[in-house]
Design a protein around this ligand. Structure first.
Ligand code: CA
Length: 230
């Protein structure tokens, strides 16, 4: 488990700050809130944050100035909260090194979603995050007989589903062809020599359609197949 990401919210309107704190906390982030530019600057210099959300209109200055000063010593992502969505604000905001902006009134969920997108993108670039685990890649719903892979609902035949389900439930375990036949193909009439291999092949093709750069099913020569957990 990695530590929760810390987000600094710089916003002088308590109601807006409160909804942001609430929605970000419930999305699994730690939050810290300040209402003044100077306090924010001190916090940013002395403490470490994964991302900052800056209100543009602050009582003792504006968020753009704060961002300019922040950029002298830090490159953490910044999202601006702007009261008016003029193009000028937008361009200025992005030119001085902001990553995104939202216009008030905004939906706190939208802000949380943007925070998530930016942090994921950052992790993808810096590689600080570990690869998704098997449980994160596959969502198995035994009730409906459906499996989602990397967010995509897989269109599986009955045997492909049973095969993948078995592999998901036993990560890293190697199943021989015989074991797979025995556990999945109860009706011997359905079974041919290459049955397992054929199904693995079509299953792999369907997984590739959902995520082209990954190949989670491993072939162990002379032993069988397993699902790798990373
Ligand atoms: Ca304000």
């Amino acid at each position: 488990m990695t530590a929760a990401k810390r987000i600094l919210i710089v916003e002088d309107e308590p109601a807006i700050a409160d909804t942001l704190i609430y929605v970000l906390n419930s999305s699994g982030y730690q939050t810290e809130h300040v209402g003044l530019l100077q306090t924010a600057l001190t916090k940013l210099q002395t403490d470490s944050f994964s991302l900052a959300i800056l209100d543009v209109g602050l009582p003792d200055g504006n968020g753009f100035d704060l961002c300019r000063q922040l950029r002298r010593f830090s490159d953490i992502p910044v999202i601006f909260l702007t009261a008016h969505g003029d193009e000028i604000d937008r361009i200025v905001g992005l030119e001085i090194g902001a990553d995104d902006y939202v216009t008030k009134p905004f939906s706190p969920r939208e802000v949380a979603a943007r925070v998530g997108v930016i942090l994921r993108r950052l992790n993808a670039v810096t590689g600080t995050d570990q690869a998704p685990t098997l449980a994160e890649q596959f969502e198995l719903d035994s009730q409906t007989g459906r499996i989602r892979y990397c967010g995509h609902l897989l269109d599986l035949t009955r045997y492909e589903f049973l095969l993948l389900k078995l592999l998901i439930e036993h990560p890293e375990r190697i199943f021989s062809r015989e074991q797979l036949l025995e556990r999945i193909w109860q009706d011997p009439g359905d079974v041919f020599d290459r049955t397992v291999d054929t199904h693995i092949k079509t299953l792999r093709a369907k997984l590739r359609l959902a995520a082209a750069d990954q190949d989670p099913i491993r072939t162990h020569r002379g032993l069988g197949y397993s699902l790798q957990s990373r």
